[in-house]
Design a binder for this molecule. Sequence first.
Ligand code: ADP
Length: 596
Amino acid sequence: MTSPRLKLSPWLVLFASLAVTWLAWDHERDTAQEQLRRQFDFALRDTASRIEQRVMTYEQMLRGVQGMFSIVGISEREMLESYVAALQPDANFSGIQAIGIVENVAADRLGEHLGAMRRLGFVDYEIQPDGQREAYAPIVQREPNIGVNRSRLGFDTWSDPVRREAMEKARDSGLPVISGKVQLSVDSGAGAPPGFIMYMPVFGKGLPRQNVAQRRASLAGWVFVSFRVKDVMASLYGELPQGLAFTIYDGVALADRDVLYKSPEDAGAAAAFASNEYLVVGGHTWTLAAKMRKSFEGGAGRHTASVVAVAGVGLGLLLSSLVWLMATGRARALQLAQSMTRDLRAAKEAAEDAQRSLAAQAHNLAQSNADLEQFAYVASHDLRTPLRNIVSYAQLLERRYKGHLGADANDFIDFIVENSKKMTLLISDLLEYSRVSRQAAPLEAVSVARVVHLAMGNLRPDLEGSGAEIRIGALPDVRAVETYLVSLFQNLIGNAVKYRSQERPLQIAIAAERISPDLWQFSLADNGIGIEPAYHDKIFEIFQRLDPAGDAEGTGIGLTLCRRIVHRFGGTIWVESEPGRGSTFCFTLRDASFDD
Ligand code: ADP
């Protein structure tokens, strides 16, 4: 049975690993956001600083132009032409639309100015817009003199308040100043792109310019650089960070009419972050309003949080599957062990049952064996007396009437006498056999030499009749019952005599050999007719006789009795024999010193 704790453990592991993953993912996401924010802020400041630097470069260039005109005078048109040609503005100052000169023309000098310009070849030169004003500031030169820059000269920049404000500031400060959002004079129409102009005052050669009043009095005109904002930004484009959408506003009001530039990426951008940066360029403030786009995030390569989430969830699933496998594996092993234990217990019970029934059978067998032996004993014992009477009377009959009752009667009487003797022999053998089984005589030290002597004494007439030569080795004392041991040797020696060969004189050898400290092996060898190997076991069974010649008397009980006697003394008995070469009966007995 799987415990509920084991069943729950995969879910607990999954829950714990998901919780840890969530914490790690949340932390990583916060860190990523913070890092992204820092990168965004950096990118914004970087963009602003690049724009500032670019405008400062324009300032430097304009200072050069200003310095040049301070020396040569504003009327030296060729100087500017050569200067700009040398600058190669396309290459080095990209984003510049034109570098030019605006002359400061007081109302009383207007006629002189117009004449001078027309003499230079600008025959239809006019001040635009026309009208009477106390001062004019017409554009008198634009370089490089190509493309739209060739448009008519004479636009009075003083007439435009936005330009005029910057020009005044430049005049009064002597520094470069940028105008607000304007439409360049070379561009016309409502859709013209926003631009701005940077002005620097040019003072008359050698005139004082220490203070505002002196600067106003000495003013000869302005040098300017005009820009379309989109061209400036386009020239910067490769240097700006990817994924940043921004709008440049003139001033800080962030009104639509003040938009100088909108980066193309601004359209529909999903902004994760947005921020404004203020730029002060040429004494003028711009606002850079930037938003971060999705592509910025991609460019910054912040995927760690997703990696953490995917890896965490994957690992969690893997880990919980492993725990599940282990938990169920344990449960499966437990189940197997339990079923094996059940099987084992069943097998053990079955074995115990079998053992019990075997013991019961053995007990029954022993009981019926005892009953049988009891029966055999009683039967043979009780048969003895009537049999003795039969034998006595048959012998009486033989003595008195043999030869008087005819030939048949003689045979019948012989037959009765002979069978009565056989029966007497059988009954006495049976009785002895039963006695060995029934009597629990105690074992004691018995001299085998004495036993052999007694047995040979009992067999003396047979031994003498057979002319047997008997060799007896050294024989030990053993644990036995003397009368049974006499019976054992008597049977074995008697068989050697009975089954002797007619072809040679009988030789019997009796010997003993110690085969272990407690055990002796006895052998009784004859040179008689021998026994077929197939019958080596059979002859020890009751009533089993071979007697091929058929002339030996016997009951088939002798060897059975021998086996029973040897078994009673804790030994074993067997025969080694070949037909025609004699037999050796061997048996083991315990040494007299053995104490069980
Ligand atoms: P039996 O009364 O016939 O002698 P045993 O049980 O003593 O009965 O012997 C069984 C049989 O074993 C005998 O009939 C005989 O054929 C064989 N046998 C016993 N002892 C010998 C022996 N020494 N040599 C040859 N055969 C023997």
